[in-house]
Write a new protein. Structure first.
Length: 278
């Protein structure tokens, strides 16, 4: 076999693999009546969690284990904004104010209340919080590194508002705040602020050892516990806690720098507002 043919076959294999992982021009989006944009996340499998040597991995991120998500689903392209929150809830608990800023100071119960009201508003039951597995699958977007852009956190500022870059340079938390959604680069599947800006509530209850007993397909977390899961880090978070596998576990009444994004299963999507990304 000639070098040219070997090279061509290698290039073809690379392009096929790259195309499979890319969000690309074929990614589907949908927009609801509130102007919330959602990205279709395909069904698939991935390795969830991390090993301890994964750039400072924590015990509750282990073992790294394969998880299959058997249904595609839609996930908010952006974190829920204050404009969207105000339309549904007619109140704004956020510290920094602005229509395009992510809503913050949201407890798990607050997020659940918003979703229940949004469902009533649209006469549906489709909206929900993503599961922890869905969130990590979407955040990784086909990658296996500590961050979805690689193992080195030097580039984190291109993708996320964190403790390093969210302030005014005063050197304390008082100068740090949220920033408009979509202001940084998206992950490979077109999700903005999936790292940084605000922590994001997910549906699951927290259990430190859950990964050891988690089902292989569509895990939904433990059946009981007094803490809920948050993912994605915030404008007050240090770099190492912004790894994709990092897990936060506040009690459901905690608010502070917490927000959320909304999900729904693809089967429940209406088709009249489907839009192709270009």
């Amino acid at each position: 076999m000639t070098f040219t043919r070997v090279f061509s076959l290698g290039l073809l294999s690379f392009l096929i693999a790259a195309f499979a992982l890319a969000p690309s021009a074929h990614a589907v989006e949908i927009t609801n009546d509130l102007g919330m944009e959602f990205v279709l996340i395909p069904a698939g499998s991935f390795f969830m969690g991390s090993d301890r040597e994964d750039n400072g991995g924590n015990p509750d991120e282990t073992p790294s284990h394969r998880v299959a998500l058997t249904q595609s689903f839609y996930l908010g392209k952006y974190e829920v904004t204050q404009r969207q929150w105000n339309i549904v809830m007619d109140a704004n608990p956020s510290s920094a104010r602005g229509d395009s800023l992510p809503v913050e100071n949201i407890s798990w119960d607050d997020a659940s209340d918003f979703i229940a009201r949004l469902n009533r508003r649209e006469g549906t039951g489709r909206y929900r919080l993503p599961t922890e597995a869905e969130w990590e699958f979407a955040a990784r977007a086909g990658t296996t590194t500590s961050y979805f852009f690689g193992n080195n956190d030097d580039d984190l500022g291109l993708y996320a508002w964190t403790k390093d870059n969210s302030g005014d340079g005063s050197g304390d938390n008082s100068g740090r705040k949220t920033h408009p959604v979509g202001g940084k680069l998206p992950n490979p599947w077109g999700l903005f602020d999936i790292t940084g800006n605000v922590w994001e509530w997910v549906a699951d209850i927290y259990d430190k050892g859950y990964y050891s007993v988690s089902p292989d397909a569509d895990p939904k977390g433990p059946s009981d516990g007094d803490k809920k899961m948050v993912r994605g880090c915030s404008f007050l978070t240090v770099r190492s806690n912004c790894r994709v596998a990092f897990r936060g576990w506040p009690t459901p009444d905690i608010r502070e720098d917490l927000g959320f994004r909304v999900a729904f299963t693809a089967e429940s999507a209406t088709t009249k507002r489907l839009r192709l990304r270009k």
